[in-house]
Design a protein around this ligand. Structure first.
Ligand SMILES: Nc1ncnc2c1ncn2[C@@H]1O[C@H](COP(=O)(O)OP(=O)(O)OP(=O)(O)O)[C@@H](O)[C@H]1O
Ligand SMILES: [Mg+2]
Length: 321
């Protein structure tokens, strides 16, 4: 019942191409995790990689960040190949890993300094970058606090700042807000959005649909090794969500309503006395047609499905294909 439209890349992508992924396959032994991934992300774009646990989000990010070789296929970042030009790629990308990896016994500032040194920054350049990032992440006041004594939200902000120390063109964030309370999450969202405003290209892996919707210009749903659906959040929402309408039968019989519902490709999900709940695509328009034909019917309400439920339904319907 869900309408899976063909994937189109160029229509929605904004800015010049930064990330280009062509037919990436990844197998662990006989187990194929990625099965021909195609992806294009433009400069300044925030691309959300959405998918259930184990879909391969981290695997794909690790491949694009040259941490893991693909079994087959090719990808380029800023025009450099992740297969043949790993060093060039590493210089222009930043990775914020799923597992926060900080030196707990070192201070916030020392963590940034070590990361900067590893990236080849020295002296004044390194110091000014550290100060800029402390300020940006709201950590200036806590620069001398041990990373191990920081709150989860502060640690995650530091984790992101460390990925940014060498001013990468493209930043990959693997579930940047997991484990954060709503307030800390919101403030990280603001930080992340600000990065794209400065022209950075961002890929964010998440299984939180709401997060992807709030943050991203485009979303790709990774499932069974492929990008099963790709579009803007608004389009994803309208493709995934159906609404439900409840009507009161009045003088109409249930049999008559069933017939009208069936003809319009809708479905009755519950009957409570005279109240009947109907679901299906384009329900708002279709329910008007039904009431036009059967004016005795009384519309009680039309409400949207929760997007999270619709997402689960989509993943489940894919599993049955
Ligand atoms: N080194 C490895 N060896 C064998 N299997 C692996 C390896 N790394 C990942 N996998 C498997 O590949 C699949 C995808 O894992 P991955 O971590 O990429 O998923 P994910 O989408 O990031 O999931 P999550 O939302 O839980 O982070 C899983 O089944 C995982 O067990
Ligand atoms: Mg993961």
């Amino acid at each position: 019942m869900l309408d899976i439209l063909p994937i189109e890349f160029k229509k929605e992508r904004k800015g010049p191409l930064v990330i280009k992924v062509e037919s990436i396959v990844k197998e662990f032994g006989k187990f194929r995790v990625l099965d021909g991934i195609e992806l294009r992300v433009g400069k300044g774009e925030i691309y959300g990689l959405l998918g259930p646990n184990g879909a391969g989000k981290t695997t794909l990010i690790n491949i694009l960040c040259c941490q893991l070789p693909p079994t087959r296929g090719e990808a380029s970042i800023g025009g450099f190949s992740i297969v043949d030009q790993k060093d060039r790629v590493r210089r222009i990308i930043g990775l914020v890993p799923q597992e926060v990896s900080l030196y707990k016994k070192l201070t916030v500032e020392e963590n940034l300094r070590i990361m900067g040194s590893l990236q080849g920054l020295r002296g004044k350049e390194l110091q000014s970058k550290i100060e800029e990032l402390l300020e940006w992440a709201g950590l200036s006041k806590f620069s001398s606090r041990l990373a191990g004594d920081c709150s989860v939200g502060m640690r995650q902000a530091l984790n992101i700042a460390m990925g940014l120390i060498h001013s990468p063109q493209a930043l990959f964030l693997d579930e940047p807000t997991s484990g954060l309370d709503p307030l800390a999450r919101k403030s990280l969202w603001e930080l992340i959005k600000g990065l794209s405003g400065r022209g950075s290209t961002l890929v964010i892996a998440t299984h939180n649909l709401l997060e992807a919707e709030k943050l991203c210009d485009r979303i790709g749903i990774l499932n069974h090794g492929k990008i099963a659906m790709e579009d803007t959040p608004r389009q994803i929402r309208s493709k995934l969500t159906e609404a439900q309408a409840t009507v009161e039968l009045g003088e109409i019989t249930l049999g008559e309503l069933k017939e009208a519902v069936r003809r319009l490709n809708l479905e009755i999900t519950s009957v409570h006395g005279k109240a009947v709940t109907i679901v299906g695509p384009e329900i708002r328009e279709k329910i008007e047609i039904i009431i036009g034909r059967m004016p005795e019917l009384k519309l009680i309400n039309v409400e949207d499905y929760n997007l999270e439920d619709a997402f689960i339904k989509f993943i489940e319907s894919e599993a049955k294909r």
